[in-house]
Each structure stands twice: as structure tokens, then as C-alpha cells.
Design a protein around this ligand. Structure first.
Ligand code: BGC
Length: 748
């Protein structure tokens, strides 16, 4: 027998033995057999568990010490992490290590924060209108999370922007359910491609921070399903998250984490969600009502007032107040997600794994550059000319770095905070400036020029510098964060006055905004250019400079309307503001499903910048719209032409407006396509429309109903596009189930 043959026989024998050992092992523990389906495996494991083992899995700890409560994290939890849950080692069920990671792997405040890569804000990623970019960002986050030993990622925030003053808008994906749902769904998918669980949140209607734990949102089932819940539903369908986090607020009188309507009915029954519902940190208020309403796991203890899912749950189960079958269901759901997403079969390693920070930095910069929105560019001052001689860079800590949003999503960067003196330094701070300096990145691109920085604190001095310069790049920041809202839509700290003074001194001013969301711009007519750079992430300085100099052509489009004034909003004054601890109040969503541009359309209001707006260094023309219905599905094809001189990307948007039927608002976004087009070139694209976006939801029958009639299909570059082209098509009456699957033709 040849040597080669002997080796291959030997390896076959080894493989046989290994297989036999594995079979024997999984024979004793059949739920470890990866060939079985997740539900079956979960059922087999639950059947082996004692009552106390089950109770362990439904009780989560904060992964950090809590000084005000004098508690320590469990020893096994990673330092300054969001959460920890004990597994069942006897049965091969690993511990759950939770991290916030909406924008990157976050740390709770303290001395041992882990350095990680921060993507730009969620609004920036939504502004890319590009699911591939969202997926890649998610995949990066998931890889760093796994690298740091986490297997549950608290990421997937898709609360709709009903309130532009909401301090957490930067974590979410804007005002439109289709765009937000697709973007966040893709991010979740990317995260879970690393065999970790991702968590859709916050379920549901937690759209402002002021009074977030006590306020009561009032909205009907139909309007909710066509707006906030639709965004969550689409994100769930696209991303298939293993977990969902219920929210702090009350909905129609009931807290999110004990709302049987939200958890049992909408999420689990109607949508068929098989994973688990964890509470937000401090969002549980009871044992029996919460467990029976569908909450599967209490999180972050000692955040809640009591350990509701600790000994009180045991007592409730032993007495039958919470049925044993319900506890089994809670555990089965957790295990289902763990098996389905690879948490059991591909355990995370306790030691930090090597992380490719260089590659991850590139992912962050790319996301930032695809999502920055060029709002205005008169006289084509941008891209900056490299032959410019005297440049003033003013304000926004641009000498040191770029702004980040505050709260639990905060990622701590390598190199630390570039402005550690800023306050507040503790929750919801620290105010973080990532050490990626736009000034340095600008200087590096202008070796022959004089680039002078002024911090903008003294408007007169800044104006003097502006007067003596050929061009001014002024950075304005707005720090927003978890746990508080903006008092209004104005830039803080007298920055409006600063910009007005600088623009009066030199009209060749570019304003770069680093904001959590929409702001008003009283100085807009006076400046040449405005670039909305959101919170641009840990590579923000480089990302901004690359766009300013035209190395990358901006292609972001607004994922939310920028109002001209607070008076245009459904709630001109923010309910419950300013915050008074424990105050209970209602927030009446009288606008129903008419959120964002839909509200502006309905009321005939002209915003400062419409939803979908975004300029480029080239020009595009949208044409050849051809819409039609085939096999009951509406699709629209069109051509995107680049009629300018440089390559670029355009976001073609398709809206539908009913001619006869009445919707919550005159039109809805039903599809979009981001096309990369060479100068002089053209790209053809086709989108097909989810029938739910053409229907009204009927609460009584739990169906989506399309009314027979004429509908205008609109191809546009933003929600108020005057150059939009349109075509009227006919739709037959049709009925779809809760998922948007066709049922039958209706007579209505
Ligand atoms: C936030 C959640 C976060 C959790 C854990 C809460 O304050 O609302 O989004 O995942 O804390 O840090």
C-alpha cells in the first residue's frame, strides 16, 4: 500500500472515530446536534432543565458595577458591559455576554472601557440609502463584538423619527418605515453573520427621551401598524433578529414590557417571532403581568426596582400564577435564538481575539462618506479647490476631532476622548470627541496653503479670520444623547450667531454640521455650502475631508425632513418638557401614521430641506419611468443619467400617491435605488413594491387592503422634487395578510 493511500485510510478511520464520538456525545445531549432544527433542539434542552436552571436563563445582570446601588457585576461578566446571563454549562448552554453595539462595540462608563471602531450615526447609515453599506457596517460591529467575547449584541434600533428633538435620533434610521426597516434589517443581518444574536429595539413607540419611562403614547392599532410598527416589522423580516428589546414607555396605558398587545399579539402571534423578548434596562414593573404579557427575560439587574424575574417568578410558577408552560416558553425562545444563530455551536472565546482595526476603520469611513448629505452648494464652492491659499477652519473642536452621541451606545475610541474637559462627564456623558481631526486632514491636503484654526468661541475674532481668508470651513456641533431631548431645533451655544458673523465676513463659507438630527439654519441664505456630516464615527475627520475635497462625491440623502421651524411639527412643543422626575403624561400621536414628510405633505408645509434631499458634485436626470402591475405586484423601472462631469451616485426614489383612495397622507415612499453612474452614463433600474405600502391596515381582520383605483407613481430625487416625473396606473382591489402575502381579491 502506498504511503499516500495509508494516510488517507488513516484519516478516514480518524474521521469515523471522531464522528462516532460526536454522535455518542450528542446522543447523550441530542440538542447539541447541529443538524436538528433550532426549535427541536430548544425543546430537547428545555426538557432536561431543572426549574432553577430555567430561572437563571430568564434573569439578566448589568455587566458593570453600579455605585449608586452599591452592586458589583457578576465576576464572569466582562467589565463595563451592558449585560450578562448565566448559561447552563451542564447542558452545554453558554453564558450570554451582552454589549450595546448600535454603532460599534460600546462600553458602560468607567475606567476599563474597551477601544472599538465606531460607525457614523444610525441616521448617517440611513442617509446612505444603501443596504449593502448597512450590512457591511453590521458585519464589522458583529466581528468586533465576537472579538471581544460578546454573543448578544444590543443593536437594531429602529424607532421612527416622529420627534426631531429626540435625543436618540442619532441611533435610529429616520422617519420612513420602508427606508428605516430595510437599513436596520440589513445591519442586523450583518451583525448576525458573525454567529451572534442581534436585538431589534425599542419595542415600541419609544420616540422621545423626555419622560421615557413614565409617558403614555396614545395611538390606535391601525396607525401604529402603518408607521412605527411597520418599520420594526420590515427590520425583523429583513434581519431575522434573535432577540427583541421591549421599551420603557407606556402605550395606551400599558408599559412596553408588559403589553400583551405588543409582545404576545403583534410580535409573537401576528409576526410569528420565535426568538426572545428581553426588557430594556429598568423597564420591568411586575412579575406576573410582565411574564404573562410576553416578556421572556428581565435585563440589567439591579436597574429595575425589584428582581421580578428572580425569586418572585419562582414563587409565581410554583403557585401557577405564571404557568409552567409559560416559563418553558420563555426559556425555549432564548434557546431557539441561541441555536438558530450559532451561539451554542460557535461559542465566543473568553480572551480577546485579534480584531482587524485597520480594515474596520475603512468600513466606518466608507459608511460616513456614503451618508454625508450635501444640503446646499451655491456657486459650487465644493469640492474645495486645492490651489486655495488661505483657509480658515473654525469651531466644532475641528482641531481635535469629531463629535459622537451620548448614552449607552457610546463607543470608546482608541486614543481616548480628544476633549476630556467637556461636560457632562458622567451619564449621559461623557461628551465624546473622537480623535480624528478634520483640521489635520484638511491641512494634509493643502501642503502649500495657510490653514488657520479658530475655536469659534469669540465670534468677532472668528469673523476677522474669515475676512482674511479665501475660504472658510466652519464646523458646528450639536451634542445629543440618550436620556434627554433637545429643547428646540436650534444649534446650541450661540453657534447660529457665530455662523452669521462669519458668513457676513466671508460668503465663501462652508458649514459642516455634526448634529444628532435636523436643526434649523437661520443663516442658510448667507453661506455658500452646507454639508450634513451627522456624527461621522471614529474616522470622521478623514471622511469629512475626503468629501470636502471631492475625493468622494457626496451621495447621502436625508432620511428625515429638516423642518423650517418647530411650529411645523405635529407637537410644536415637546410633551413633558422640561423633564420632571416621575411625572406621568400622555403623548397623543394625533398625526397617526402621517410621520415626517407625510405630515408635511398633508398640511402643505414647506420644510427647510425635504426628506430624500441630497446634492452631488455632478448632476443627474431621472427618466423613462415605466410602472405596471404583473401577477399582482407593482413595479417601476426607470433610468438614472449622470449629466454632469464626474462620477457619482444618485438615490432614485419612487413614491405613490392615491388619486381617489384616501391614505394617512398624500404619498408614501414605496421603493428606492442607489445607482452609481459614470459621467455621461446611464443606469437602468427596477423596483418592486411591497403591497403593504399600497394598502391601509384593517385592524378587525388583520389584513392589508388595497383599494381599487388610480394611483400616481412618482419618480423623484426627494419628497418635494419639482422635476419629478409620474405615471398614473390602475390597481385592483386586493387583500393581503399581516405579512403582506396575497389572500384574495376583495370586492371593495
Ligand atoms: C437603553 C438600551 C440599551 C440598554 C443597555 C438602556 O438604557 O435604552 O438601548 O441597550 O440601556 O445598555
Amino acid at each position: 500500500m502506498s504511503f499516500k493511500k495509508r494516510i488517507s485510510l488513516l484519516s478516514a478511520a480518524v474521521a469515523l472515530c471522531y464522528g462516532a464520538v460526536q454522535a455518542a456525545e450528542t446522543g447523550a445531549q441530542p440538542w447539541m446536534n447541529a443538524r436538528l432544527d433550532a426549535g427541536e433542539r430548544a425543546g430537547l434542552a428545555v426538557a432536561q432543565m431543572t426549574l432553577d436552571e430555567k430561572l437563571k436563563l430568564v434573569y439578566g445582570y448589568l455587566g458593570a458595577d453600579m455605585d449608586n446601588k452599591k452592586t458589583k457585576r457578576p465576576e464572569e461578566a466582562y467589565k463595563q458591559s451592558a449585560g450578562f446571563i448565566y448559561g447552563v454549562p451542564r447542558l452545554g448552554i453558554p453564558n450570554l455576554y451582552e454589549t450595546d453595539a448600535g454603532l460599534g462595540v460600546a462600553s458602560q462608563a468607567g475606567p476599563d472601557a474597551r477601544a472599538a471602531t465606531a460607525l457614523p450615526s444610525g441616521l448617517n447609515t440611513a442617509a446612505t440609502w444603501d443596504v449593502k453599506t448597512a450590512y457591511e457596517g453590521g458585519a464589522m460591529i458583529g466581528a468586533e463584538a465576537r472579538g471581544y467575547g460578546f454573543n448578544v449584541v444590543l443593536a437594531g434600533g429602529v424607532n421612527l423619527m416622529r420627534e426631531p428633538r429626540n435625543g436618540r435620533n442619532f441611533e435610529y434610521a429616520g422617519e420612513d418605515p420602508l427606508l428605516a426597516g430595510k437599513i436596520v434589517g440589513a445591519q442586523i443581518k450583518g451583525i448576525q453573520s458573525n454567529r451572534v444574536v442581534s436585538t431589534l429595539k425599542h419595542f415600541a413607540l419609544n420616540d422621545q427621551e423626555t419622560g421615557r419611562t413614565t409617558l403614555n403614547v396614545k395611538i390606535g392599532d391601525q396607525a401604529a401598524r402603518m408607521s412605527d410598527l411597520l418599520a420594526l416589522q420590515i427590520a425583523r423580516e429583513e434581519g431575522n433578529p434573535g432577540a427583541v428589546m421591549c421599551s420603557y414607555n407606556r402605550l395606551n396605558g400599558v408599559h412596553g414590557c408588559e403589553s400583551s398587545y405588543l409582545l404576545n399579539e403583534v410580535l409573537k402571534k401576528d409576526w410569528g417571532f420565535k426568538g426572545w423578548v428581553m426588557s430594556d434596562w429598568g423597564a420591568v414593573h411586575s412579575t406576573v403581568p410582565a411574564a404573562n404579557a410576553g416578556l421572556d427575560q428581565q435585563s440589567g439587574m439591579p436597574f429595575d426596582l425589584a428582581d421580578y424575574f428572580g425569586p418572585p417568578l419562582k414563587e409565581a410558577v410554583l403557585n401557577g400564577w405564571v404557568p409552567q408552560a409559560r416559563l418553558d416558553d420563555m426559556v425555549r425562545r432564548i434557546l431557539h435564538a441561541m441555536f438558530e444563530h450559532g451561539v451554542v455551536d460557535h461559542p465566543v472565546a473568553p480572551a480577546v481575539q485579534s480584531i482587524d482595526f485597520k480594515a474596520n476603520a475603512a468600513v466606518s469611513v466608507k459608511d460616513a462618506q456614503q451618508g454625508m448629505v450635501l444640503l446646499k452648494n451655491d456657486a459650487k464652492l465644493l469640492p474645495l479647490n486645492k490651489s486655495v491659499k488661505r483657509v480658515a477652519v473654525i469651531g466644532g473642536y475641528a482641531d481635535r476631532g469629531v463629535m459622537a452621541g451620548g448614552g449607552s451606545s457610546l463607543v470608546y475610541p482608541a486614543g481616548g476622548n480628544a476633549a476630556p474637559e467637556l461636560t457632562p462627564k458622567t451619564w449621559p456623558g461623557p461628551v465624546m470627541i473622537y480623535p480624528s481631526s478634520p483640521l489635520k486632514a484638511i491641512q494634509a491636503r493643502l501642503p502649500g496653503a495657510t490653514v488657520v484654526y479658530n475655536d469659534g468661541k469669540d465670534a468677532a475674532a472668528a469673523a476677522k479670520l474669515a475676512r482674511d481668508s479665501d475660504v472658510v470651513v466652519l464646523f458646528a456641533t450639536q451634542w445629543t444623547g440618550e436620556g434627554f431631548d433637545m429643547p428646540n431645533l436650534s444649534l446650541p451655544d450661540k453657534q447660529d450667531e457665530l455662523i452669521a458673523a462669519v458668513a457676513a465676513a466671508n460668503a465663501r463659507t462652508v458649514v459642516v454640521l455634526e448634529t444628532g438630527g435636523p436643526v434649523t439654519m437661520p443663516w442658510l441664505p448667507k453661506v455658500s455650502s452646507v454639508l450634513e456630516a451627522w456624527y461621522p464615527g471614529t474616522g470622521g475627520g478623514e471622511a469629512i475631508a475626503g468629501v470636502l475635497f471631492g475625493e468622494v462625491n457626496p451621495s447621502g440623502h436625508l432620511p428625515a425632513t429638516f423642518p423650517a421651524a418647530e411650529s411645523q411639527l405635529p407637537r410644536p412643543a415637546l410633551d413633558g418638557f422640561p423633564e420632571v422626575a416621575d411625572r406621568r403624561f400622555d403623548v397623543n400621536y394625533h398625526e397617526g401614521a402621517a410621520v415626517g414628510y407625510k405630515w408635511f405633505d398633508l398640511k402643505g408645509l414647506t420644510p427647510l430641506f425635504p426628506f430624500g434631499h441630497g446634492l452631488s458634485y455632478t448632476d443627474f436626470a431621472l427618466s423613462d419611468l415605466s410602472a405596471g402591475v404583473k401577477d399582482g405586484v407593482l413595479s417601476a423601472s426607470f433610468t438614472v443619467k449622470n449629466v454632469g462631469k464626474v462620477a457619482g451616485k444618485e438615490v432614485a426614489q419612487v413614491y405613490v400617491a392615491p388619486v381617489g383612495a384616501r391614505w394617512e397622507a398624500p404619498k408614501r415612499l414605496v421603493g428606492f435605488h442607489k445607482a452609481e453612474v459614470a459621467p455621461g452614463g446611464a443606469v437602468k433600474a427596477t423596483i418592486s413594491v411591497d403591497p403593504r405600502l399600497l394598502a391601509m391596515y384593517d385592524s378587525a381582520s388583520k389584513t392589508w387592503r388595497v383599494a381599487k383605483g388610480d394611483y400616481k407613481v412618482i419618480l423623484a430625487a426627494d419628497a418635494s422634487d419639482k422635476r419629478a416625473v409620474s405615471q398614473v396606473i390602475k390597481l385592483e382591489a386586493a387583500v393581503y395578510d399581516v405579512h403582506g402575502k396575497p389572500l384574495r381579491t376583495s370586492k371593495r
